[in-house]
Design a binder for this molecule. Structure first.
Ligand code: DX5
Ligand code: ZN
Length: 585
C-alpha cells in the first residue's frame, strides 16, 4: 500500500500481488483536514476492496520544514584500495544533519578519484583517494514525529518515506533535462530543481493553500470552510472582465473579482519568491521544464500564470492523485529484480518438478501448453513449410482444418488428401471441421487421415451415427451449430459431445462478418453445462477478430477459430496475443 498524506486529504493506492504480477489494484482518497480520520478511512476502504490487511505502507506527502545541502566527502587511503559499498556508506554517515532534523534522501552527485574523474559509481575501482559529492535532504524531526503519530493512530507503520519531488524526478524527468518541480501543498510550497546528477536545489516555504484560505476568510469576513469552498469554486488567475459582475457565491455579496484580488497577489508573491530564490540555479543549469502538482495546482489559469512568469517555459500540470500513483509505480519498478528472481525461482522449481515427473512417467508425452486460438486452413497455404514455422512462433497447438464437399456448402475446399498432407507436416492437434453431407463416411476418412477432433455439421443425415463413430475411435467429437440453428437442436445429444462449435458466420467462406446474435448461444451453453455438470467445450468459428474475440470470451467460450484476421495480420504472434482471453494477454 502507498499513501500520500496531505494536510487536507489522504490518497492511497494498493496492489495485491500474486506470482510476481499485479493481481488487483485499488485507489481511494478522502479530503478532510482531520488527517488521522482521512488516513484511517483510506486504509479501511483499500483493505475492503482488496480483501486483505495492511500493517505497513510506503509514505509520501508533505513532510514539513526541510533542509537541503550539498556536501563533499574526502577519504584518503595509505595505498591503492579497492573501493567498496561500505566506503561510500561511511562517507554518507559523515554527513551531518542539522539539529533536530532527520535525513530522508541522500543522493550521490559525483565521485572523483585521482585516476578517474566524474564516475557514476566508484565501486570496484582501486585508488588512493575518493572525493564524493552528495545532495542531502533533511526534514524537521518534530514534524516527522507528528506524521509518525498520525500513522500510529491509524495502526499502520511506515516502510519508507519519499518526498514527492524524489518520485517525480525518478518517474518523470528525462535524461539531459533540468526540471523544476513545484508542489503546491496546503501548508507548504516546496520547489526543487533536478539535473541528471540529482537535486541541485530544494526549498520549502511554510506558505500554502491554507494561508490563502485564511486570508480570504479574514478579508471577506467569512468562515474558513466557506472561504475554502469559494476558493476552490471561483478562484482564477486569468484576469477576466466579467469577474467584477459575477457574484462569487449566491450566499454572499462579493464578486469573483473580489476573491481574485486576494488570490492573484498571493500567487504572485509566492512565485516571485520562488524565482528569486532559485534564479542562480535556473541560469546555471538552464531549465527545460516545470512540473506542478499538489492541491494548489488545481487553481484555474495557473498554467498561463507560471509559463509567463518563467519566459514561456514548458509546463506540465499533474492531478492530485498523481503523486501516490507515482509512488506505487516507483515501488513496483524497484521490485523488478525481486520479481524477476521470483519468476526465475518458480521456473526452476517447475523444471525440477517436470524432470522428476518425466522420470516416473516416461511413457507419457510431456504436457504442452494449449493455446485456445486455432488458425483456419482456408486462409493459409498449407503446402508451404513456412506456414507451420509461423504457427509455431505464434505458439499454436491446434490447427482448424476446414473441409467442404461442394454439397453441404456450394464450394469445394480442403479434403482428405490435404488433411493427410497437413498431418505429415504437423505433430500437434488437428481440429477437423466437416462441412459435408454424409458425415459418417467423412468422419471415418478424417480419423484415418489423422484428425484428433472431428466437428460435424447439423442438418445432415446420419449425424448421430457419425458422433458414435468418432467416439468409438477414441477421438474428440463436436457439432457445429449454424447461425440460424438453435441450441435446443442439441438437447438429446449434448451428453455425447466433447465440443460444441458455434458458427458466427454461415459455413462456406472465410472473411464474413461476425453475427453478434450468436453470442447468447454461448451463454446458454455455458450455463447448461454448469447446471448439468457436462464437460463439453465451447468454440466459436467465423468472423473472429480482436474485438469479437473479447465478446466470445466474455460470453464463456473456450476456444476460437480465426482465418482472415490472422492471415492478414502483419505480425502473427502479436495477432494471436490480441485474440487471447484478457487474463492471458
Ligand atoms: C467458414 C469456416 C471458418 C472460416 C474462418 O466456413 O468454417 O473456419 O474460414 O475464417 P474467418 O475467421 O475469416 O471467418
Ligand atoms: Zn471452420
Amino acid at each position: 500500500m502507498c499513501v500520500d498524506i496531505g494536510a487536507c486529504g489522504v490518497r492511497g493506492v494498493a496492489h495485491r500481488i500474486r506470482n510476481a504480477e499485479i493481481y488487483q489494484s485499488a485507489y481511494y482518497s478522502v479530503d478532510d483536514f482531520d488527517t488521522v480520520f482521512a488516513l484511517k478511512s483510506v486504509i479501511d476502504e483499500l483493505e475492503k476492496q482488496l480483501g486483505t490487511h495492511f500493517g505497513s505502507a510506503y509514505i509520501t506527502g508533505d513532510f514539513g520544514p526541510s533542509y537541503f545541502k550539498m556536501s563533499a566527502k574526502n577519504t584518503v587511503w595509505p595505498n591503492d584500495h579497492k573501493i567498496t559499498p561500505q566506503d561510500i556508506k561511511s562517507q554518507i554517515s559523515e554527513i551531518e544533519a542539522p539539529d533536530g532534523f532527520y535525513p530522508m534522501h541522500i543522493i550521490p552527485l559525483r565521485y572523483d578519484t585521482p585516476k578517474i574523474r566524474n564516475m557514476l559509481s566508484p565501486i570496484g575501482h582501486s585508488d588512493r583517494q575518493l572525493i564524493s559529492a552528495f545532495s542531502a535532504l533533511f526534514f524537521d524531526g518534530e514534524y516527522m514525529q507528528k506524521i509518525l503519530g498520525i500513522l500510529r493512530h491509524a495502526h499502520i507503520q511506515a516502510t519508507a518515506f519519499f518526498t514527492p519531488h524524489f518520485l517525480w524526478n525518478c518517474m518523470l524527468r528525462e535524461k539531459q533535462q533540468t526540471v523544476m518541480f513545484i508542489d503546491f501543498g496546503a501548508e507548504n510550497t516546496t520547489t526543487s530543481i533536478w539535473t541528471d546528477r540529482g537535486p541541485v536545489w530544494y526549498n520549502g516555504r511554510a506558505v500554502g493553500g491554507n494561508d490563502l484560505t485564511t486570508e480570504i476568510s479574514t478579508r471577506l469576513d467569512i468562515p474558513f470552510g466557506e472561504a475554502e469552498r469559494i476558493k476552490r469554486g471561483v478562484a482564477n488567475l486569468k484576469s477576466n472582465e466579467m469577474a467584477r459582475f459575477s457574484p462569487a457565491d449566491s450566499a454572499y455579496a462579493f464578486s469573483c473579482a473580489d476573491v481574485n484580488e486576494i488570490v492573484t497577489p498571493f500567487y504572485n508573491n509566492l512565485l516571485q519568491e520562488i524565482k528569486n530564490n532559485c534564479a542562480e540555479y535556473i541560469d546555471k543549469y538552464s531549465l527545460t521544464k516545470i512540473v506542478i502538482g499538489g492541491g494548489g495546482a488545481r487553481i484555474n489559469g495557473i498554467e498561463e500564470f507560471i509559463t509567463s512568469a518563467f519566459n514561456n517555459i514548458q509546463l506540465i500540470k499533474k492531478d492530485t492523485d498523481w503523486t501516490v500513483r507515482t509512488l506505487a509505480n516507483y515501488i513496483w519498478e524497484c521490485e523488478l529484480p525481486r520479481r524477476q528472481a521470483y519468476i526465475a525461482r518458480a521456473n526452476k522449481i517447475q523444471n525440477r518438478v517436470d524432470k522428476i515427473f518425466r522420470l516416473f512417467h516416461r511413457h507419457r508425452k510431456p504436457r504442452k501448453r494449449q493455446i485456445p486460438i486455432l488458425p483456419s486452413t482456408l486462409c493459409f497455404d498449407m503446402t508451404r513449410p513456412e506456414t507451420y514455422t509461423m504457427f509455431q512462433t505464434g505458439g499454436i497447438s491446434a490447427i482448424h482444418v476446414d473441409i467442404m464437399d461442394g454439397l453441404y456448402v456450394n464450394r469445394i475446399a480442403g479434403g482428405i488428401d490435404e488433411l493427410r498432407q497437413i498431418r505429415a507436416s504437423w505433430g500437434g492437434h488437428l481440429h477437423v471441421h466437416l462441412m459435408t453431407d454424409a458425415p459418417a463416411e467423412w468422419a471415418r476418412s478424417a480419423i484415418d487421415a489423422g484428425a484428433d477432433t472431428v466437428i460435424l455439421s447439423t442438418n445432415t443425415s446420419g449425424l448421430r451415427a457419425a458422433v458414435q463413430i468418432v467416439r468409438h475411435a477414441g477421438k474428440r467429437v463436436g457439432i457445429a451449430l449454424n447461425p440460424e440453428s438453435s441450441v435446443s437442436l442439441l438437447k438429446t445429444i449434448l451428453r455425447d459431445l466433447d465440443e460444441v462449435m458455434i458458427m458466427a458466420v454461415s459455413p462456406g467462406a472465410p472473411g464474413q462478418e461476425f453475427n453478434r446474435d450468436v453470442l447468447h448461444k454461448i451463454t446458454v451453453l455455458n450455463t447448461t453445462r454448469k447446471k448439468y455438470g457436462l464437460k463439453f467445450t465451447i468454440s466459436v468459428d467465423g468472423g473472429i477478430n480482436a474485438e469479437t474475440a473479447r465478446l466470445c470470451w466474455a460470453a464463456g467460450a473456450d476456444a476460437l477459430v480465426s482465418g482472415s484476421y490472422l492471415a492478414n495480420a502483419p505480425d502473427f504472434p502479436l495477432a494471436i496475443l490480441s485474440l487471447m482471453p484478457p487474463e492471458k494477454q
